[in-house]
Unconditional design. Structure first.
Length: 596
């Protein structure tokens, strides 16, 4: 029955409806499910928070040292024992699947992120829920595309649509959801991708409004004044520098801490370290949105809540030092949370850091009495600066903060700070922290060239028709072999099949008519290849090796044994075929003039 339903829908898609319209309908379905997932995640987190608060009761300062460790330990146990380590964490994993796995994401990622991130953050883990909901939405879109056997291009559109719906639903920000998908996941704007993203994002927001009434932030911003422009410029400069710090420190800690210990020891130790930080800095607890809303409302005294030294914080200088500490410590807490095995992202910690950086600038300047700055405005603009610099997504930053804080009247300060933060961050890090990790650790690059290259399988490009010789083969024997084959390159192998060198026909042509040299062994004329390619390398890596050494043929080995050659010219031909195929797929969804 299930098979017949699938065949009926697929037949309708291919015959009566057409692929273009089906993608629009598919984006609406993905947006609906993505919105439901975002709402479910929020409810799960609130449930976990209620459980942890009931556990702590009136012993907050004691038990909250241990509760983050409980959440991270439960997360690690789920990933290891139930999920069997198949979860793909982080926005970087989504980008990697788009570039190297034809936008295919495993089905378990639809629900695994909801469970693990709610455990991590609900018990006090100092990270955000945005990366898990992006991964969940991407998995929903990818698996919808896989179910209907769509092309990689179509799956990518649905994958981005699911992510856009998740972000839009979490923040009640449809425009930011679309821009996030374009700037971070797709990297370009086109009609075939833009319309499905709009549909999915709008659908996600509608679902969230119907099922989830809580507002993340309330409308608090006011108009800006010209006298504050120099201080917005200062905030932009500081935001850029802080985002470099976030990428360096946060990215380093997220790769893992206490690597000499097993996963459970890391979870416990990391959780306890996080608990101690929260004991000293209570605003580090969870996402931190509660404290961000309080300071947005002008209630800076809220930072004294649960503090071990509330009287000290009544002194302006101590409060300034406390706020400055939060700017730098939040990303450490987030890195410990993720690096010890928790599931979360740096989206919320970046917003938190930017918010308190804006508060630090405004509060400090106000203490001088030289000018009075609107702290709410600087907090909102600081959030945009942090997002812009960390993600290299200035449009997402501007519209997200404008939508969630009612800060459309702050467009000029938002543009100044976001642009400056982006420029400074780009000067230190050419790519955002997601791509930086993929490039340095996995040799996965952004851009269409690498994407199309990595769509080619290395195994399909290996030429297995080669002639084998050994080091003792004479030139006379080699020339007889040349007459019997069409190849111009020969592999010199050991008796075990390991590559010892290669011989190019062009190198031995001068000996062909010399009788005196016909007994010369091949060992005297063979050359060592500049590089050897393993059969599991990506094609983009192979092309980089070709360009680095300026050669046209490279040997390929599997488990140390020679299996064939790969040709740069053959790779160019295959690349052109893939490029034409992908352009043809994209043209299916391009707008066409009406035939009259």
């Amino acid at each position: 029955m299930f098979k017949s339903i699938f065949l009926a829908i697929n037949n309708w898609r291919l015959t009566r409806n057409g692929q273009k319209n089906f993608l629009l309908y598919g984006s609406a379905v993905v947006g609906l499910i993505g919105g439901l997932a975002a709402v479910l995640l929020k409810y799960l987190v609130h449930l976990m928070e209620d459980v942890s608060l009931n556990i702590s009761g009136h012993l907050f300062h004691i038990l909250y040292i241990f509760l983050p460790a409980v959440g991270i330990l439960l997360t690690v146990a789920y990933q290891h024992l139930i999920n069997r380590d198949k979860i793909e964490k982080g926005i970087g994993s989504v980008l990697a699947n788009v570039k190297t796995n034809r936008s295919n994401i495993a089905f378990n990622n639809i629900y695994s992120h909801l469970i693990t991130s709610s455990l991590t953050v609900g018990f006090g883990g100092s990270s955000g829920l945005e990366a898990p909901i992006v991964c969940t939405g991407a998995a929903i879109g990818s698996n919808t595309g896989q179910f209907f056997r769509l092309s990689p291009f179509e799956k990518t559109v649905l994958l981005a649509s699911g992510s856009a719906a998740g972000i839009a639903a979490v923040f009640n920000s449809p425009i930011a959801g679309v821009l996030f998908a374009i700037e971070i996941l797709i990297g370009e704007i086109s009609i075939p991708t833009f319309i499905p993203l709009l549909i999915a994002s709008a659908t996600g927001v509608v679902v969230a409004k119907v099922l989830y009434s809580r507002q993340l932030f309330h409308l608090v911003t006011e108009g800006w004044v010209m006298a504050a422009i120099p201080f917005y410029i200062l905030l932009g400069l500081l935001s850029g520098l802080v985002t470099v710090y976030i990428a360096k420190v946060g990215g380093g800690l997220e790769k893992g801490i206490l690597k000499n210990y097993n996963r459970y020891q890391r979870a416990i130790a990391g959780g306890l370290m996080l608990g101690l930080l929260i004991l000293i800095f209570p605003p580090l607890l969870g996402e931190g949105y509660h404290y961000m809303q309080e300071v947005l409302n002008g209630n800076i005294d809220a930072l004294k809540e649960q503090s071990l030294f509330p009287d000290l914080l009544s002194q302006p200088l101590v409060m300034i030092l406390f706020i400055a500490s939060l700017v730098f410590v939040k990303i450490i807490a987030a890195g410990i949370t993720i690096g010890s095995g928790g599931n979360g992202g740096t989206f919320a910690p970046s917003m938190f850091t930017g918010a308190f950086l804006g508060l630090l600038v405004a509060f400090t300047v106000n203490q001088t009495g030289l000018i009075h700055l609107n702290t709410s405005n600087f907090i909102a603009v600081g959030m945009a600066g942090a997002i812009s610099g960390v993600m290299h997504a200035p449009l997402t930053a501007i519209f997200l903060i404008a939508e969630i804080t009612g800060g459309y009247i702050l467009f000029i300060p938002l543009m100044i700070v976001s642009a400056m933060s982006y420029i400074i961050s780009r000067a230190f890090n050419p790519h955002n922290m997601y791509w930086h990790h993929l490039i340095t650790e996995k040799n996965i690059h952004p851009g269409a060239d690498h994407s199309m290259l990595d769509a080619i399988s290395l195994k399909s490009m290996v030429n297995n028709e080669y002639a084998v010789i050994n080091k003792d083969t004479t030139l006379k024997m080699l020339f007889k072999l040349v007459a019997e084959t069409t190849t111009s390159i020969f592999a010199v192998l050991s008796t075990e099949g390991k590559l010892e060198g290669i011989v190019f026909l062009s190198d031995v042509r001068k000996y062909m008519f010399s009788v005196a040299d016909e007994n010369m062994p091949v060992a005297d004329v063979m050359v060592i290849p500049p590089a050897i390619i393993n059969d599991n390398e990506s094609i983009s890596y192979v092309m980089d090796v070709f360009d680095t050494y300026g050669v046209w043929h490279l040997p390929v080995v599997k488990n140390g044994l020679f299996i064939g050659f790969i040709s740069k010219s053959a790779l160019f031909v295959r690349y052109r075929e893939v490029m034409l195929k992908q352009h043809k797929e994209a043209d299916i969804f391009a707008p066409r003039e009406e035939v009259k």
